[in-house]
Design a protein. Structure first.
Length: 295
């Protein structure tokens, strides 16, 4: 096939006579995934903030509990932009604490000096900086978004509760059911095929894995009344997500905060998809287990 080369011409939105911030908002509202934040949907736009103006866009994970407070700046990001973004993030997280919240700054130009400043906040405030470029080809305009600063991942879930929050099997049989705790046993047997030293460890918020009492939670389990939720520590990967969905497994979502895929499993699911489940757990083991590199 003969492919024709065409040069894309950069366009300054800040100085453009027609295109403006509302036009950018419209494009993101039409297809929120263009920002590169994953599978997100538009929750609200120009959202009123008490005594603080309007939040440009509020996005939410399609299948998850994370919300993104998005502020758009044409031209160069400045101090007032970052202050406004953090202020809106803080208002939303206090109003809706049941969600995880991330502040998102979108600007045409994000200088290294500005990145140095906002990276200081990124240890305590989940903050994403996205550089936006407008490109023209003939009479068409396109937008390109590049993440130049991502939110810092905090410590793994349960790291501060391993000692004080240990429970036992009977606790989980009451919280879930004996049958779903038995499903965790079945999943452990699949893990022990490639590491027989691992055992279940019953914690307050989940059933993890341990080797001689030392936690190794590349996979963990949360028994419910009728199923068990398996959480696999794996990097988000569109190809892997497609593979899980195509397998027929009941994937719930991807938890960005903890870096885990969540999959609900019944006894029938484990029997039917044993091979895929084993493959996924082995992949998590290789990537994130303390002993995975020794396999």
């Amino acid at each position: 096939m003969n492919l024709k080369y065409a040069k894309l011409v950069p366009v300054s939105l800040k100085s453009h006579p027609v295109l403006n911030e509302k036009w950018v908002q419209d494009r993101i509202a039409e297809d929120p995934e263009i920002l590169g934040l994953g599978d997100v949907v538009l929750k609200d736009r120009e959202r009123n903030q008490p005594r603080a103006g309007r939040l440009d866009l509020l996005l939410q994970q399609a299948e998850g509990n994370r919300r993104y407070e998005v502020e758009i700046q044409l031209g160069k990001a400045d101090e007032s932009h970052i202050i406004r973004t953090i202020e809106y993030w803080d208002i939303e997280r206090k109003r809706y604490p049941q969600y995880e919240h991330t502040a998102v700054i979108v600007a045409e130009e994000i200088t290294s000096r500005f990145l140095n400043v906002i990276s200081l906040f990124n240890g305590t405030i989940p903050l994403v900086a996205i550089q936006m470029k407008a490109l023209q080809l003939g009479d068409a305009i396109s937008l390109s978004f590049t993440t130049v600063l991502d939110a810092v991942q905090r410590g793994l879930e349960g790291e501060d509760e391993e000692i004080s929050e240990v429970t036992d099997r009977s606790y989980w049989e009451k919280r879930g059911s004996p049958a779903t705790v038995a499903l965790a046993d079945s999943l452990l047997k699949l893990v022990q095929v490639f590491d027989p030293t691992l055992e279940l460890k019953y914690n307050k918020f989940y059933i993890g894995l341990a080797r001689q009492g030392i936690a190794d939670n590349f996979v963990l389990f949360r028994p419910k009344k009728n199923w068990v939720c398996m959480e696999l520590r794996l990097d988000r990967d569109p190809a892997l997500t497609d593979k899980i969905e195509a397998s027929g497994l009941n994937m719930m979502d991807y938890q960005d905060r903890w870096g885990r895929y969540r999959i609900n499993l019944t006894k029938a699911d484990i029997a039917k998809h044993e091979g895929v489940i084993s493959e996924l757990m082995r992949a998590a083991y290789r990537e994130f287990s303390g002993a995975g590199s020794e396999e």
